[in-house]
Design a protein. Structure first.
Lengths: 345, 531
């Protein structure tokens, strides 16, 4: 089967067009964040990591005494939450935020068409090499974010999602670019569709979780510092974000949801490897780093329920685990040779 | 007081194990043993072991490993013997089979078992016990609603029990005290325990596979056959418990190997299609079948599988001595050296005096330039040629020292000529011997493997994944309903809930239950919740 060059060209142009739109969206998200008034950090309750088990019980007890409103207070104060009812004038930053989301939709539709035409040009799933994997992952990250944005107000998160998307696309079109072509025999299997598609979804979600963990670390420190009245560069940013405990919870839920899926990605890879290479696990560098990533996220989930490790330390573990994922994605193909080195690099 | 309420009502609700600080041990062997066991089975130790496991895996990807690439390990050892020897002593070329790696994961699994087994017993008891009785003051719980019903207290309790049972809560009713207690989401802890136990079973499956299985490699040229016996393998790695007489008695002949490659574009020369057409005989005397083996489509024979793992070229040489007698005629397997299949060939002719040896290259698409010398520019045989050197002297085959068929020992030989040939050409050496390059056939390399533990490992890992999903996605929660007589024949109903799963809430369920049981008691509500 040959490559349909017209569609392949069209796909490349769509990817470039989407990058322009993502860049515009980045600027709008930045403007939105800058214009937001923000909340008063000093009012935030004590950060999780500094609470002992006893303090946590006390906090729970306090909540029992009646301050149930704590959880609902955040949205009103960040100036970002709540539906647009159209009657009240828009809070500062909301217009820019809305523009950013709309432009991001446009960018994502362009990118989605780019991914689709890339697949159609060779009549197969468009994730057969690192270029295709990168553009599909970028598409998955954006789409995940936009779907969440339909139901919740996450405009504050936008810039931290669009930047990795742009980075991923930038690397894809420069370093990783490969012409549309058929697959090597090892990849001709329906497991490619399953195994790689799940890896893409996991990559997209781990990226979002890592962004949330980083924001948690900044926000948590900012809350602590402003309660102590000491300066910290992150205070200005943290003011415009939800409470640190909320960020931590979002990051946790993302990882808790993705961890079984990542396990399945590895298992699907093992089943495929058994059918292609005659062994389900052979400590190939890609397998080794997938295992290290898995152990990293397992450590994160355990750390959250270990005294002395919750909070900041757990967040650092989640960042290390994400670094392992990224290294597995780029580093293993570039530095090591193994059975997975058909990425076109 | 409020602390007591929570402590009593959330007992066993969390999946988080109690984090007991291993206190200084009491003196004596028993004390030390207990301390060691407690430390080993603590969550903190498990966490440290997980880190160690991740870090210990890293050198396995940095250094070449004997299990996957023995040739690279040998090259490393000969390039840098001093560093190589040190690394080898440390097990860096065999990370995943090294004692220190085994020590980490065995400790981790002991730690896991020591934590999970007692918890399983505890959980088993908890599942059969009644949900904990309702606390006296439900308003102290994180989720609390108060409603008023016109029904009699007993009817409210029945309605509450019915409501909860139909939603598959485990329900306990105490009419005398006037409460209903219910609990749901036991599968969170069940899933958590199943996940960890299934990992142990998976490890057993892995061990079973490497004990009772084998893996062998064989190169087969077009027109040649392979019978599945130990002697015919080029390399064979059996597990300790593998019985060679259990090898399936099949054989096959490689009729044709086809390969297609990308022509033009950025991926010029990339493989596109491999297939090996074989005539397969399941057992001696059985009818032969035509079968195609492809990369993702192995041949399955009972518990064994035949995989297509590689391919290359085998040029055919006919060597005739000066008397006109044929001293050698064979297709010799040449090892591919690069992506374009520049392949190195060695021919040994022991039956002449002096003995004769040929070394050189088979190039499927031959080209010569000043920098790279003779090399191939495309993997398909568009313009095949061989570039050979001839050597005479002693091949060293009689010394008894083992020799590789892919390497010519030239210590006791002298080079007598060098020549390039295309198919059909021949070359006369100074002593009158002629070397004819008749053409080439392709060869395919196959791996035959058996892993009797893989089904167990797969089943275990599927169960583990189910358990994992339950343990991360199910919420464990408790609700209570307490009734007390209100004014004018009405009943005051308190509904409360508690969950300890991270970042989850039982509020929706408490709301639903409360609104099913009565109308909001608006006036009392405001009094109870100070702003």
């Amino acid at each position: 089967m040959t490559t349909n060059e017209t569609l392949a060209q069209l796909s490349n142009q769509l990817v470039y067009a989407s990058m322009v739109a993502y860049a515009v969206s980045t600027v709008a998200f930045a403007a939105s964040l800058a214009a937001t008034k923000g909340r008063d950090l000093a009012q935030t309750s004590a950060p999780v990591s500094r609470r002992s088990a006893k303090a946590e019980k006390a906090a729970l007890a306090a909540q029992e005494e009646g301050s149930v409103l704590v959880a609902t207070r955040t949205e009103a104060e960040t100036g970002l939450g709540g539906p647009d009812d159209g009657s009240a004038p828009l809070a500062p930053g909301r217009r820019a935020g809305n523009i950013a989301i709309s432009v991001m939709w446009l960018a994502t539709i362009l990118l989605g068409a780019g991914v689709l035409f890339r697949g159609l040009s060779v009549m197969r799933a468009p994730w057969g090499n690192m270029y295709e994997f990168s553009i599909t992952t970028a598409f998955a990250i954006s789409l995940t974010y936009l779907i969440i944005a339909l139901r919740r107000d996450v405009r504050w998160l936008g810039i931290f999602v669009v930047i990795p998307v742009l980075l991923s696309l930038g690397l894809a079109v420069t370093v990783l670019y490969t012409d549309a072509a058929q697959l090597v025999p090892a990849l001709k299997s329906y497991w490619l569709v399953i195994h790689v598609a799940i890896a893409i979804i996991c990559g997209a979600s781990f990226c979002v979780a890592a962004a949330l963990s980083s924001l948690y670390l900044i926000s948590e420190k900012a809350e602590r510092r402003s309660a102590e009245g000491r300066p910290y560069w992150g205070i200005g940013l943290a003011k415009r974000l939800p409470e640190s405990t909320k960020l931590d919870g979002m990051s946790y839920r993302t990882i808790a949801f993705m961890f079984p899926l990542w396990t399945f990605a590895i298992v699907a890879g093992a089943i495929w490897a058994e059918n292609a290479w005659g062994r389900y696990w052979g400590w190939d560098p890609k397998e080794t780093w997938a295992f290290i990533t898995w152990v990293g996220y397992a450590a994160y989930l355990h750390a959250r329920s270990t005294a002395g490790w919750k909070g900041r330390k757990a967040a650092y573990i989640s960042l290390v685990a994400f670094a392992c994922f990224v290294f597995n994605y780029f580093g293993v193909n570039i530095f090591f040779s193994g059975l997975h080195s058909y990425g076109g690099v | 007081m409020s602390e007591d309420v929570t402590e009593r009502t959330d007992a066993g609700l969390s999946t988080v194990p109690e984090d007991v600080d291993a206190a200084a041990p009491a003196f004596g062997v028993r004390g030390w043993f207990r301390w060691a066991w407690r430390t080993l089975t603590s969550m903190r130790t498990a966490l440290v072991l997980l880190f160690l496991l991740a870090i210990a895996s890293v050198p396995g990807s940095v250094f070449p490993q004997r299990g996957t690439d023995p040739a690279k390990v040998a090259a490393y050892l000969s390039d840098d013997p001093v560093k190589g020897q040190i690394l080898d002593r440390l097990g860096m070329f065999d990370v995943f089979a090294s004692p220190w790696f085994a020590a980490i994961y065995l400790l981790l699994f002991i730690s896991l078992a020591g934590c999970v087994i007692p918890r399983s017993v505890q959980h088993w008891k908890a599942m059969r016990a009644r949900p904990p009785a309702a606390p006296r003051n439900l308003s102290r719980l994180p989720e609390h609603r108060e409603v008023v019903s016109d029904d009699a207290p007993d009817d409210v309790l029945d309605a509450a029990a019915e409501h909860l049972r139909s939603r598959r809560w485990r329900v306990d009713v105490d009419r005398e005290q006037g409460w209903v207690a219910a609990e749901k989401g036991y599968s969170r802890e069940t899933g958590n325990l199943v996940f960890h136990l299934a990992l142990v079973v998976m490890l057993v499956g892995v061990a079973l596979g490497s004990y009772g299985g084998f893996r062998g490699n064989v190169v087969v040229r077009e027109g040649s056959s392979f019978a599945n016996t130990l002697a015919q393998f080029d390399s064979f790695a059996p597990g300790r418990g593998f019985d060679e007489s259990s090898l399936a008695p099949f054989s096959f002949t490689l009729d044709r190997f086809t390969a297609e490659f990308q022509r033009g574009g950025m991926q010029n020369g990339a493989a596109r299609e491999f297939s090996a057409d074989v005539t397969f005989v399941p057992e001696p005397g059985a009818a032969p079948e035509k079968v195609t083996i492809e990369v993702n489509d192995p041949l399955v024979v009972g518990g064994e599988k035949v995989f297509l793992v590689g391919h290359g070229y085998a040029p055919t040489f006919t060597i005739t001595d000066k008397a006109g007698e044929i001293v050698y005629r064979d297709s010799v397997v040449c090892l591919p050296q690069d992506g374009n299949f520049s392949s190195s060939c060695v021919v040994k002719v022991p039956d002449t005096t002096p003995q004769l040896g040929l070394t050189g290259f088979f190039l499927p698409t031959a080209a010569v330039d000043d920098i790279r010398g003779p090399h191939s520019t495309f993997p398909a045989p568009d313009d095949p040629a061989v570039f050979m050197s001839a050597w005479e002297g002693d091949l060293g085959l009689d010394s008894g020292a083992p020799q590789s068929v892919f390497k010519l020992e030239t210590a006791n030989m002298t080079r007598i000529g060098i020549e390039a040939m295309r198919p059909g050409e021949s070359w006369t050496l100074p002593d009158g011997t002629t070397v004819a390059f008749d053409g080439y056939v392709r060869f395919a390399s196959f791996a035959v493997a058996k892993d009797p533990g893989k089904e167990l490992a797969l089943a275990a890992v599927l169960i583990a994944m189910t358990g994992l999903a339950l343990s991360l996605l199910v919420r464990r929660r408790r609700v209570w309903v307490r009734v007390s007589p209100g004014g004018a024949g009405s009943t005051l109903v308190d509904v409360a809930g508690l969950t300890r799963s991270e970042h989850t809430t039982v509020a929706d369920e408490v709301d639903e239950l409360a609104s099913a049981l009565g109308e909001p008691a608006s006036s009392t509500d405001k009094q109870e919740e100070p702003a």
